[in-house]
Design a binder for this molecule. Structure first.
Ligand SMILES: [Zn+2]
Length: 235
């Protein structure tokens, strides 16, 4: 989930508030506060830039590696000697039934919720979006995330033996621990050779899943949807 970065917001507010203030009127303490905020903001942006640069480098490397593969041949699960990159994230839920040309109020008191969880393989580029009806929704806990990731690795994507995952940092510590335990289990049981997982800083987690979900939502706003099957068929 992408929110506003707290560090950026905090530093930005201090800098903006004092932008119009004349230097003669500023006390030493005041001046130091602004200076510190500018230094902190620069350091933070550099940190984010470094992370993004690393992420882009991994994407390019995996893309080049996958280009050399013949993807028309069916391969055994996770046995292909190649490094692949997947990113996954929850998206904002959608509500149905939905009609863009809805005349007047809808018949139902409350619309049904559908939760979206996307796993994207940027090298194709192709995303698998899990549509979770509110009856099946068991929350955004560790168990759920691990189950989706497990299903994706076993059934979709390039069957690469080395996997690089990208997730956002806002998922609770417990969730990350469970995911790392699951990935360690995959390596120990020889399902995969290695795993890497990167977390982008909170508030700067715009990656491919957000982009794909954006496309789904654009289409969703324009199409009449009556049921979960409708969503699955049209997107
Ligand atoms: Zn920030």
């Amino acid at each position: 989930m992408t929110g506003i970065c707290w560090t950026c917001k905090k530093n930005g507010t201090i800098i903006l508030r004092n932008a119009g203030c004349e230097i003669e009127r500023q006390s030493d303490v005041h001046f130091n506060t602004i200076n510190n905020a500018i230094v902190a903001a620069n350091e933070h942006i550099d940190h984010v830039r470094r992370d993004r640069h690393y992420c882009r480098k991994v994407l390019k490397r995996t893309k080049d590696a996958i280009k050399k593969l013949d993807l028309t041949i069916e391969r055994p699960v996770n046995q292909v000697e190649v490094e692949v990159h997947y990113s996954f994230d929850y998206a904002q839920q959608v509500h149905y039934p939905n009609d863009p040309l809805q005349p007047g109020p809808i018949y139902f008191l409350i619309q049904r919720k559908c939760c979206l969880f996307g796993v994207c393989c940027e090298a194709f580029p192709r995303q698998v979006t899990y549509l979770v009806d509110e009856v099946m929704d068991t929350g955004k806990g560790a168990n759920t995330v691990v189950s989706y990731v497990h299903h994706y690795i076993e059934n979709h994507g390039v069957n690469g033996s080395m996997i690089h995952l990208n997730a956002d940092k806002c998922t609770g510590q417990k969730k990350n621990n469970s995911l790392i335990q699951y990935l360690a289990w995959r390596v120990l049981t020889h399902r995969n050779k290695s795993f890497k997982i990167s977390f982008l800083p909170v508030g700067h987690t715009k990656f491919s899943t957000d982009w794909c979900v954006g496309l789904i939502k654009q289409l969703f706003r324009k199409t009449a949807v009556g049921s979960l099957e409708d969503i699955a068929k049209r997107y």
